[in-house]
Design a protein around this ligand. Structure first.
Ligand SMILES: *Cc1c(COP(=O)(O)O)cnc(C)c1O
Length: 387
């Protein structure tokens, strides 16, 4: 046999692969066709038929179908990161000189996009707290094409009335987008309330093991097909097949991981709530939360993220508390197997808009035994002198 034929083609008949329980990773950029007619047909429906992996890859498509089904939407598209999904959806929802209404507490890089990037194209954003429907209604202008929310938001866990916002926007022809990363598709389905596009950073709960970065957007066939033709194919921030495979594997344990972290978070919160060195804590389901009732109506799972305030204004003490923790790691992000803390003192100098209080700490509860997490916090709290 010809050497080049052995190197390039010999022994690669994938049509004879045995059936497995694991979705195959189709590590391919390009797909072949048996005839001109088959190729012509595929090119006419590039979203549904694999022609080239920037458009459709079977491993990625499996994940998209699963997440769309979980969110109860017609379709979904996977991106290389959460922020790639966010910016693609925003760009699809605006034209030159459009106006956006967005919540002030949006994910930090979404805020950068609204504040610094979009104004280059004459696109202005009015920021609102999001907790009051009237405030949102008043922010709407004749050229408003998008209302962007994140409920709950990721430091203060502000809740927006998703049904109210959708009913406000629909008659005016305004698109609505909700970042649903906090709840995951199991904890809240914004499309059920009438939200047009639902976003996820798959780097968080969907992947669930702190070993990948990805994003997904879910919505109607019509809007998703439009994003596919424009931002998806043209900007090209797609997800790799290997990443889609890892997320599909992550989804198999999503339900039990979320049950575990929700329960553990409640146990850790109960400990902190009654501790004399803790000022207060924030979680959407907590009785002290201003929108607890709405949160309980919209969401059916509290998951692993919350914030608390130490009873100290001494940076040295707050640092000593954080540095003393052994089970909790100091890190950004969340949604993996491991417990994390993100103290506001690491960013508060950069957080100009309103500023995070220096004694604020965001905590993520992972899969560890909650008693282990409590004794870790106990040892850290020794460094706080408040009585
Ligand atoms: C992490 C995160 C994002 C960004 O996702 P990446 O995958 O990191 O790009 C967006 N929204 C929320 C709420 C997040 O927590």
């Amino acid at each position: 046999m010809n050497t080049s034929e052995i190197l390039l083609h010999f022994g690669e008949d994938i049509s004879v692969l045995p059936k497995t329980f694991s979705n195959p990773i189709v590590q391919a950029s390009n797909f072949q066709f048996p005839s001109v007619n088959a190729m012509r047909e595929a090119l006419a429906q590039e979203k549904e038929i694999s022609v080239y992996s920037r458009g459709n890859n079977p491993t990625v498509r499996t994940l998209e179908r699963k997440v769309a089904a979980l969110e109860k939407t017609q379709d979904a598209l996977a991106f290389g990161s959460g922020i790639a999904a966010i910016t693609a959806c925003i760009l699809n929802s605006v034209g030159k000189d459009s106006h956006i209404v967005a919540i002030r507490e949006s994910y930090s890089w979404a805020r950068v996009f609204f504040d610094e990037y979009l104004p280059k194209f004459g696109i202005r954003t009015t920021l609102v707290s999001g907790s009051d429907l009237n405030e949102i209604a008043e922010a709407i202008q004749p050229n408003t094409s998008l209302i962007y929310v994140e409920s709950p938001s990721s430091w203060f866990f502000n809740i927006q009335d998703l049904k109210g916002i959708a009913s406000l926007a629909k008659p005016l022809g305004i698109r609505t987008i909700c970042d649903n990363s906090f709840s995951s598709p199991l904890g809240q389905q914004p499309a059920e309330f009438g939200i047009d596009l639902v976003l996820h950073s798959a780097s968080k709960y969907l992947g669930g093991h702190s070993d990948l970065v990805g994003g997904i957007v879910c919505g109607s066939q019509e809007i998703i097909a439009d994003i596919f033709k424009k931002e998806y194919m043209n900007i090209g921030a797609i997800m790799a097949p290997q990443t889609a495979w890892l997320i599909t594997r992550g989804l198999r344990t999503l339900e039990i991981r979320l049950e575990r972290v929700s329960k553990s978070r409640e146990i850790v919160q109960d400990f902190l709530e009654h501790h004399p060195k803790i000022e207060r804590l924030i979680h959407p389901f907590h009785c002290g939360h201003p929108n607890q009732k709405l949160a309980l109506k919209q969401m059916n799972s509290g998951n692993g993220l919350f914030s608390f305030f130490l009873k100290s204004q001494e940076i040295a003490e707050i640092e000593a508390f954080c540095n003393a923790l052994n089970i909790f790691s100091l890190a950004v992000s969340w949604g993996g197997h491991e417990s994390l803390i993100f103290p506001a003192i690491t960013v508060s100098s950069k957080h100009d808009k309103g500023g995070l209080p220096i004694n604020m700490v965001r905590a993520y509860i992972g899969l560890e035994d909650p008693q282990l997490l409590i004794s870790d916090l106990q040892s850290g709290l020794e460094f706080i002198s408040a009585t």
